[in-house]
Design a protein around this ligand. Structure first.
Ligand SMILES: [Zn+2]
Length: 66
């Protein structure tokens, strides 16, 4: 049973620091948002894709990149 809200680890695309972000699975199966890295404070564009089985994949990109 997947949780409605879950913490997922991503790696900062700028400095490589790994940290957790909270994804609200009720907000849609494909979300994107921008968070600031806890270490270098640069903006990270995060794409969260929820699969049909509830598994969430996160893609972290530099803001403004592809
Ligand atoms: Zn960083």
């Amino acid at each position: 049973m997947p949780n409605l809200e879950d913490d997922h680890e991503i790696g900062c695309p700028y400095c490589g620091t790994a940290f957790s972000v909270r994804v609200d699975n009720t907000a849609g199966s494909h979300q994107s948002f921008v968070i600031d890295c806890e270490n270098c404070c640069r903006p990270i564009e995060v794409e969260a894709v929820t699969e049909s089985d509830g598994y969430v994949s996160l893609i972290a990109k530099r803001e403004g990149e592809g």
